[in-house]
Design a protein around this ligand. Structure first.
Ligand code: NAD
Length: 482
């Protein structure tokens, strides 16, 4: 097997005891490759090498650390077309989105390259005369990064870049549905002038390698993005060792459309938010909460914009909606369509499985109406190109329904009223709020994360990331006399 299908452990590309096939969801006849699965003893090797390498890295000069991160970011941006194509081939998002994701991932590295030099701390006088106090941040040590398939390069990068920037070693376990993107990013990192063992790629299933990693006492912090159920398991594994951790989980994001909305803005935001990345986005707006005065017009316009979306092979220019990532995800999407109808929703458009020339996991993007907020399709995360319109009679009801969810990642409102937009911003129970914008689409230099069951622990991205990747030390110094 080629090196570029292997794990990267203690500075070497290493085959594992078994492999998995990586299948293109746009064309299941296309096998992208066979990828190594690590054994638990290989994971142990990675953990042991990380302990040693991290100390060397933390002692490496800031400019050297900065240069490494900058080089990684610049190479990713320069190769975003090639690596974006690979990403789209294995994940199924349209090629423009794949390229955009890799470019954005590169920006995380260049941003955190700059953060390496933003050194700060506090000094204070002790309450005891003659004693000075110094408060500074130090690396955590070894960080476990467990990432999902839906943004395989960006999610991993917004964790790996700050972990390295703040002086940590990394053990990365990517999702098994997207190993090629993981190997491609690792290949770029492996070429850098870093201590052997500082960065390790350990591929394997969640229940074997993921669980062993989360349970290891050799891990000092865990950053996890994935589903709520797995997040709970990570939390309990971390708790056994009192390991610091952060979870970014599921969502059920609302987009409120008020009676004074600019209808073009509303339809564009709802279409992009609900169906971008085939709805396989933690920031997708799957609940469209619409004022009764404009409900029918909105549903008509959304029906047209949804039906106009071009479903197809991710690598074909012009495709706007790719396939579901897997047969299992497609089956789940179709069963939620069935459930929605049993619960009393009307299918306005879409919802059918599609057979294209190339065999893949395709379905039509789907708009439901006549829904209420207690239906399972409006309470559970579908991760599908399915959005449901919920009709409301006024703003107060819209806000109440928007907040009536177990999740709280992103919310949005489309309105021309500044005071209503401000009221929503202040009273929405979510970690991110969008005004006259799609719920999806966030920046890299500011914090990202949610509330309730969507997130736990320190925020990701921007300067806030240091809360997970560093720990504070307070030193007392007897100043002495001249
Ligand atoms: P998942 O929970 O199935 O898997 C995520 C990662 O955890 C994978 O690498 C998987 O192998 C690993 N894993 C699975 N079981 C494990 C276990 N017992 N112990 C340790 N690791 C384990 O999620 P997914 O299907 O890959 O991704 C989709 C989910 O991710 C959705 O719920 C989505 O909302 C969420 N997501 C959230 C955000 C966010 O920022 N909030 C961003 C992207 C995706």
């Amino acid at each position: 097997m080629s090196n570029l299908s292997n794990n990267f452990i203690a500075g070497d590309w290493i085959a594992g005891p078994s492999t998995i096939s990586n299948i293109n969801p746009s064309d299941t006849n296309d096998v992208i490759g066979e990828y190594a699965q690590a054994s638990k003893s290989q994971l142990e090797d990675a953990l042991n090498s990380a302990q040693i390498a991290q100390k060397k890295w933390a002692a490496t000069g800031l400019e050297q650390r900065q240069a490494v991160l900058m080089k990684i970011g610049e190479e990713m941006m320069a190769r975003s077309a090639e690596l974006g194509e690979l990403l789209s081939r294995e994940e199924g998002k349209p090629i423009a989105e794949g390229k955009g994701e890799v470019y954005r991932a590169g920006q995380f590295f260049t941003y955190y390259a700059a953060e390496v030099l933003r050194q700060s701390g506090d000094t204070a006088d002790s309450v005891r005369p003659g004693i000075e106090i110094d408060v500074r941040r130090e690396p955590m040590g070894t960080v476990a990064i467990i990432s999902p398939w839906n943004f395989p390069t960006a999610t991993a990068s917004w964790k790996i870049a700050p972990a390295l920037a703040f002086g940590n070693a990394v053990i990365w376990k990517p999702a098994n549905l997207t190993p090629a993107s993981a190997v491609a990013l690792t290949e770029i990192i492996s070429k850098q002038d870093i201590p052997k063992g500082l960065f390790n790629l350990v591929m394997g299933s969640g229940p074997s390698i993921g669980e062993a990693l989360a349970e290891s006492p050799k891990v000092h912090a865990i950053s996890f993005t994935g589903s709520y159920d797995v997040g709970l398991q990570i939390a309990s594994s971390a708790a056994k060792n009192l390991t610091k951790f952060q979870l970014e989980l599921g969502s059920k994001n609302p987009l409120v459309v008020m009676d004074d909305a600019d209808m073009d803005v509303a339809v564009a935001a709802a279409t992009a938010g609900a169906f971008g990345s085939t709805g396989q986005k933690c920031t997708a707006s799957s609940r469209l909460i619409v004022h009764s005065a404009i409900h029918d017009e909105f549903v008509d316009r959304m029906s047209k914009s949804t039906s106009d979306l071009q479903v197809g092979h991710a690598l074909v220019e012009g495709t706007q909606i790719g396939p579901a990532v897997s047969q299992q995800q497609l089956d789940s999407n179709l069963s939620y369509m069935k459930l929605a109808q049993e619960e009393g929703c009307e299918v306005i458009c879409g919802g059918q499985k599609l057979e294209l020339d190339n065999p893949g996991f395709y379905m039509q993007p789907s708009l439901l109406a006549g829904g209420n907020n207690s239906m399972r399709v409006n309470r559970e995360e579908l991760f599908a190109p399915i959005a449901c319109v919920i009709k409301v009679s006024d703003y107060d009801e819209a806000l109440e329904i928007a907040n009536d969810t177990d999740f709280g990642l992103v919310s949005g409102i489309i309105t021309q009223s500044l005071s209503r937009a401000n009221h929503f911003r202040r009273n929405s129970e979510s970690g991110c709020v969008m005004i006259n914008l799609p719920t999806a689409g966030t920046d890299y230099h500011v914090p990202f994360g949610g509330r309730k069951n969507s997130s736990f622990g320190p925020r990701e991205q921007g300067q806030y990331a240091k809360e997970l990747y560093t720990q504070v030390k307070t030193s007392y110094i007897l100043a002495g006399t001249p």
